[in-house]
Design a protein around this ligand. Structure first.
Ligand code: NAD
Length: 325
């Protein structure tokens, strides 16, 4: 039986990854600074611990692990990473997790390690057009990410790849593009656009209105969680270190995303544009490299994932209000 460690198991992607690895027959240890908010995780072992502490990293990275998935990071949506208010924590906390885990993986001769980087590493200057044709992996340099979150991810990509070069550690690096789905943060300030929009639409009356940051013409692509995990598992089973994009190439504007959510909810919703943190103007995944190397790329229409996500968030809201009643 293969043994895996999932760092950040209490989070959105980590929680889903634990379930996927268990379904594949793995023995799984999860570690996180907090428990999972929405799910009873089927981990064989769950360690509540802070990976900024080297002794915690040393204890969870034990000998004999086949695979390590490093997803732990101090992160959130635009309301968290683009305001500038959390820059020092984001950089310090995430870098320490990466430094500690990677060093222990090298010391304990882990067979393979996965690192989750982000589309936020791409230079701001090539994302000014809402019709962005797609970000190829090679566009990362010369570097100019638009957030400290992106700079930390870029530093950590280089850190992982340097452990590969200098210590022969098998590392795999992917740049996730806006992953969404059920059991992700949907309120409280760290939620990302698909969850925030589903929540606003679900809470709105019919007819009603919701607030959208900026003019809503900024574009993104969004990838449903199941396809993200498929990409991660395929990358781990390949001999390709990356970095490569794991993202959808179905680009939409935030206004289109909001209209899609309203249509799923069968509500007549007016969009009210207000000032707010925005990020880059246009971003899309470019999937030539993943198709070439893995013979696979995400293909599920955005609408399919949005329907599942809307249904889950709507259920959370109804549960919350029935608990309060
Ligand atoms: P998440 O915030 O739900 O999960 C991250 C988890 O890391 C959280 O549960 C958090 O408690 C944990 N963590 C943070 N600091 C820790 C510490 N010091 N010790 C132990 N655990 C700690 O985020 P997610 O959406 O599941 O993202 C997972 C990874 O994928 C992150 O590295 C993130 O940067 C990356 N990523 C995500 C997206 C996305 O759209 N969700 C996009 C690009 C990259």
């Amino acid at each position: 039986m293969k043994k895996a460690l999932v760092c950040g198991a209490g989070g959105f992607i980590g929680g889903h990854l634990v379930k996927r690895l268990k379904a594949e027959g793995y023995w799984v240890r999860g570690v996180d600074i907090k428990g999972h908010e929405f799910s009873e995780l089927p981990c064989d072992e769950f360690v509540l611990g802070d990976l900024r502490d080297p002794t915690v990293a040393a204890s969870v990275v034990s000998d004999g692990l086949d695979e390590i998935y490093q997803l732990a990071a101090d992160m959130g949506g635009a309301g968290y990473i683009f305001t500038g208010e959390h820059d020092a924590d984001v950089m310090h906390n995430s870098a320490l997790c990466n430094l500690n885990i990677l060093h222990e993986a090298m010391r304990k001769h882990a067979r393979k390690i996965f690192y989750s980087s982000s589309a936020c590493i791409y230079p701001e200057g090539i994302q000014t057009d809402p019709n962005n044709p797609g970000l190829k992996e090679e566009f990362a340099y010369p570097a100019q990410p638009d957030s400290e979150y992106g700079w930390e991810k870029l530093f950590s990509e280089r850190l992982y790849l340097s452990y590969r070069r200098n210590y022969g550690l098998e590392v795999h690096v992917a740049r996730f593009h806006n992953i969404f789905g059920p059991e992700g943060t949907w309120q409280g300030g760290k939620e990302k656009a698909p969850a925030a929009i589903c929540r606003k639409v679900a809470e709105a009356s019919n007819p009603g209105r919701i607030e959208i940051w900026g003019d809503g013409e900024q574009t993104r692509s969004f990838l449903f969680i199941d396809e993200c995990l498929e990409g991660v598992r395929r990358l781990m089973d390949s001999d390709f270190p990356g970095p490569f994009n794991i993202g959808s190439d179905e680009m939409v504007s935030i206004n289109e995303l909001a209209r899609m959510a309203a249509c799923i909810a069968d509500k007549s919703i007016q969009l009210e544009h207000i000032p707010g943190p925005l990020g880059v103007r246009g971003r899309n995944s470019e999937n030539t490299l993943i198709k070439q190397r893995l013979g696979w790329a995400p293909s599920q229409p955005l609408r399919v994932g949005m329907e599942k996500t809307y249904a889950w968030i709507d259920g959370q809201i109804k549960r919350q209000s029935s608990n309060c009643a």
